[in-house]
Design a protein around this ligand. Structure first.
Ligand code: NAD
Ligand code: LMR
Length: 328
């Protein structure tokens, strides 16, 4: 049976994450090994030629599933008919820039992209914001696409989730495959809260297998500051691991989570766990029938509550800033 192609738009296609992402999408790792892919690469005018170079390389791979590639600097063209929008391109923080300046600069990117998604994306469009500040960029995009269900807008915290899995696996000397039900809460920033109190390793609670000091003084800061540690070591922010997490996020969204397990994603809050409705916050989520759903009914103790609240407070402040700027 021949499957219908899926149109995937990648913004920031000439950037370092784009280079680590596009070849994996085109090779069949995003959806499955049977679904043909049409790629739409969006860049700013001065990076279009570089994106065209990447498109030439994609062509030269002769991927059987890659049915079409278009490179453009026009958001309307890039999102026309798109099924999956991976918003990677963003304005990096430059010297002297305050958080508010960064949010304003990104508003200039994500507002028109939201409008273009609203105008022309496929009716089943799913959107993932990777570009930082990812949660608030997703919120800006969603605010400008009122005809698209809010649940289709997500922000990437899967990299944080994968980092947390790797740290816990190393501590316990187990494979990451043995860990289930770990969660990232809040913002994709240093305030995020990686939570192992509901996690299970080999049928036993993860938090009971490690010292409490290790959770507080080692695990949480290592995971939440990993992005900065990579920038320090590499002289550039994470790229291949970020692209890998973006693939994981979309693959899980489309194909579902395993029974008895969950993952983490920034999704629109329905008010669960006291997170104000409408914020795009990371939660433990399951994916079923092509939808991410917040895991309900978890007991949150005082240690976790304090950390979730701090990260959600930061998200609220970011939302208030972009509200003042008229971006949401
Ligand atoms: P990069 O600077 O190498 O590439 C960004 C690309 O985006 C550039 O080619 C630039 O021309 C393009 N761009 C800028 N404005 C655009 C617009 N309006 N439309 C289309 N393209 C545009 O950066 P990178 O390393 O690829 O990282 C991209 C973003 O992802 C950054 O914001 C980074 O902080 C973020 N990031 C997020 C996570 C996460 O876990 N959520 C992890 C790593 C990096
Ligand atoms: C990461 O988590 O690696 C990035 O979000 C860091 C950054 O600031 O680009």
């Amino acid at each position: 049976m021949t499957r219908s192609p899926v149109t995937v738009t990648v913004t920031g296609a000439a950037g370092q994450i784009g280079y680590a992402l596009l070849f994996r999408i085109a090779s069949g790792q995003l959806i499955d090994a049977e679904t043909p892919i049409k790629l739409r690469l969006l860049e700013i005018p001065k990076a279009v030629t570089a994106a065209e170079g990447t498109a030439m390389e994609l062509t030269d791979c002769a991927f059987p599933l890659l049915s079409d590639i278009e490179v453009t600097d026009d958001a309307r063209k890039a999102f026309d008919g798109t099924n999956i929008a991976m918003l990677v391109g963003a304005r990096p923080r430059s010297q002297g820039m305050e958080r508010g300046d960064l949010l304003e600069a990104n508003g200039g990117i994500f507002k028109p992209q939201g409008e273009a998604i609203n105008a022309g994306a496929a009716s089943d469009v799913r959107v993932l914001a990777v570009g930082n500040p990812a949660n608030t960029n997703a919120l800006i995009t969603q605010a400008h696409a009122p005809d698209v269900p809010a649940e289709r807008f997500t922000a990437m915290t899967r990299l944080d989730h994968n980092r947390a899995l790797a740290q816990l696996a190393a501590k316990l000397g187990v494979s990451v495959a043995e860990i289930r039900r770990l969660a990232i809460w809040g913002n994709h920033s240093a305030t995020q809260y990686p939570d192992i109190f509901h996690a299970d390793v080999g049928g036993e609670n993860a938090a009971e297998q490690v010292e409490q000091d290790w959770i507080r003084d080692d695990f949480i800061p290592t995971v939440s500051k990993r992005g900065a540690a990579i920038i320090e070591a590499r002289g550039a922010s994470s790229a291949a691991s970020a692209a890998n997490a973006a693939i994981d996020h979309v693959h899980t969204w489309v194909n579902g989570t395993d029974e008895g397990d969950w993952t983490s994603a920034g999704v629109v809050s329905d008010g669960s766990y006291g997170v104000p409705e409408g914020l795009i916050s990371s939660f433990p989520v399951t994916a079923r029938d092509g939808r991410y759903e917040i895991v309900q009914g978890l007991d949150i103790d005082a240690f976790s509550r304090e950390r979730i609240d701090a990260s959600v407070q930061e998200l609220t402040e970011e939302r208030d800033t972009v509200r003042r700027l008229g971006l949401v």
